[in-house]
Design a protein around this ligand. Structure first.
Ligand SMILES: *[C@@H]1O[C@H](CO)[C@@H](O)[C@H](O)[C@H]1NC(C)=O
Ligand SMILES: *[C@@H]1O[C@H](CO)[C@@H](O)[C@H](O)[C@H]1NC(C)=O
Ligand SMILES: *[C@@H]1O[C@H](CO)[C@@H](O)[C@H](O)[C@H]1NC(C)=O
Length: 508
């Protein structure tokens, strides 16, 4: 086993996760087996910002592990399945690996720690007041790293614009890293260009010699072509598709990372550039205060211009009435709609209120006192006083009747997707829903919980209890998302009529 430790310096959010994934990608392409571990040795409390971890998206694995968003990046890039063990918060393994490798040093036997290689990612800013890139922040972050006992083998310089050879040389000199091991990555139009940028600087060759990977010098003929073509395609998309994402944390893109990625994968597959319109669901609620009136007007104007609408998952009552209103808008106006988890529940409540004429309809989460709970807490998860635990991880869904969504999934009998929820549709009312045109077309194996809803007589009105975004991949977009994009682009009917032929990203 060889380890590549990717550390970050200067500031966070400069793409350490993407760089780690991209390094894994190029090594995978050269025939190695790779996996990724996310290590968070420190508790990351950034005062003044909400952690999306607590307030929005949590990435869920097959085994039900609720993990850091970076693991999502690794799964998508490397197209692998990770486990709870890949998420380490204590830094336990990290310190054991490092100390084991370092013992060699102390005994004077190995000067090179040859099974571990440190890649330090650093920002190289270019302040607008100066004419050159600044290397000082990188120098001091490398010094700090050395203070922790880690010497970088590679320095990846992140910058807005390409870095001059002289700056690269300077970083090499001051940080004591050979010039060829200073890798420069300026901002790319899309993240899929990163593996290729790394390879243009011989990263896999250098890692090969540094870690004795024995990967040989001849590269497969189509080496990296998948990523090249994907990057090329994304950069050259002309037609757009506009999707309104109606959520509660729209100001925090991180909170919806997987949802946004899944939309992008699907849009690219359908030859459209994604025009994402964020709408705060609270702004869609009527307010008595006049200062809110402008926001209300603007939010509805944004919804009205979208060709498709997505209501992603979330928790808690805040903003729920706004989500319910947007479900009504999409249903009544034939706007393509995808509801995820809480988005499904919002669509069900809306239908109950406005189509079945049950104005008191709600969910147990929103109003425990109501007499009409169309969404209830899952019975077996509701045993403790503190509220239940969640239904997590990969579960089977069985299709129960023909539907667009089933066709999009390739007419399979069963599918498997990842879940994370505590509430579900109340079985007591499903016949009434069905009679009025809202069908539950997918159920769990026992037929006890409703997994997918699809509306009759609508261009595309689909919602699922599970989170399909977790299994979306750049070259294997998630079917419910593909359906939304195709419907928004007015291509779904012809796609279904042709029997859902495989779409191509120009790769594989
Ligand atoms: C994974 O890491 C996060 C923090 O990044 C932590 O809150 C969570 O409990 C960990 N999950 C598991 C399954 O260990
Ligand atoms: C890449 O780096 C390796 C190791 O230093 C070297 O042997 C090889 O010649 C380099 N390849 C290119 C194309 O520069
Ligand atoms: C189908 O939808 C249209 C509007 O989208 C509506 O006018 C019509 O009444 C609906 N038909 C049924 C059977 O619900």
């Amino acid at each position: 086993m060889k380890y590549i430790l990717v550390t970050g310096g200067v500031i966070s959010g400069i793409g350490k996760g993407v760089i780690a994934s991209s390094i894994g990608t190029i090594l995978k392409h050269r025939g190695l087996r790779v996996t990724s571990i996310k290590i968070d040795p420190y508790i990351n409390i950034d005062a003044g910002t909400f952690s999306p971890y607590e307030h929005g998206e949590v990435y869920v694995l097959d085994d039900g592990g609720e993990v850091d968003l970076d693991l999502g990046n690794y799964e998508r890039f490397l197209d692998i399945t990770l486990h709870k063990d890949n998420n380490i918060t204590t830094g336990k393994i990290y310190s054991s690996v490092i100390s084991k490798e370092r013992k060699g040093d102390y005994l004077g036997k190995t000067v090179q720690r040859e099974n571990i290689c440190v890649v330090h990612v650093s920002l190289v800013p270019h302040p607008s007041s100066t004419r050159e890139h600044k290397t000082k922040p990188t120098q001091s972050s490398v010094r700090e790293l050395r203070g922790l006992g880690l010497s970088p083998d590679f320095i990846v310089c992140r910058s807005e614009n390409p870095i001059d050879a002289s700056v690269k040389q300077k970083i090499s000199n001051f940080c004591h890293v050979p010039p060829e091991c200073v890798i420069c990555l300026h901002d790319a139009k899309c993240i899929y260009a990163v593996p290729q940028m790394l390879e243009e600087q011989n990263t896999s060759g250098l890692l090969n010699s540094r870690l004795n990977l024995n990967i040989g010098s001849d590269r497969p003929k189509d080496f990296m072509s998948k990523w090249k073509m994907l990057a090329y395609k994304l950069e050259n998309l002309r037609e757009t598709v506009s999707i309104a994402l109606v959520g509660k944390y729209v100001q925090f893109e991180d909170a919806y990372t997987s949802v946004i990625k899944a939309l992008q994968h699907a849009a690219c597959m359908c030859n459209r550039k994604l025009d994402l319109i964020y709408v705060d669901s609270e702004d869609l609620e009527e307010h008595t205060k006049s200062e809110k009136a402008v926001k209300y007007f603007e939010a509805w104007r944004d919804v009205a211009k979208a060709e498709g609408i997505i209501v992603p998952g979330g928790f808690g009552p805040r903003g729920m009435e706004g989500k319910i209103s947007v479900c009504k808008w999409a249903r009544e106006n034939g706007i393509p709609f995808l509801g995820i988890c809480l988005g499904l529940q919002a669509a069900v409540i809306e239908f109950a209120r406005n189509k079945l004429n049950w104005p008191e309809a709600t969910s147990q989460e929103m109003n425990p006192e109501s007499v009409r709970h169309v969404v209830i807490e899952m019975p077996e998860h509701n045993q403790g006083i503190m509220g239940g635990t969640m239904r997590l991880g990969k579960r089977q869904t069985k299709f129960t009747r023909p539907s667009k969504i089933r066709q999009l999934y390739g007419n399979l009998e069963y599918i498997e997707e990842r879940h994370r929820h505590r509430y579900e549709v109340n079985l007591e009312y499903i016949n009434e829903f069905s009679k009025a045109g809202m069908h539950f077309v997918g159920e769990d194996e026992k037929g006890e919980r409703m997994e997918i809803m699809e509306l009759d007589n609508h261009s595309y009105y689909v919602a699922c209890q599970y989170h399909p975004e977790y299994l979306s991949r750049p070259v294997k977009p998630s079917p419910p998302y593909v359906g939304l994009i195709l419907a928004a682009a007015k291509e779904l009917d012809s796609h279904l009529a042709r029997g859902c032929p495989p779409l191509s990203n120009g790769v594989e």
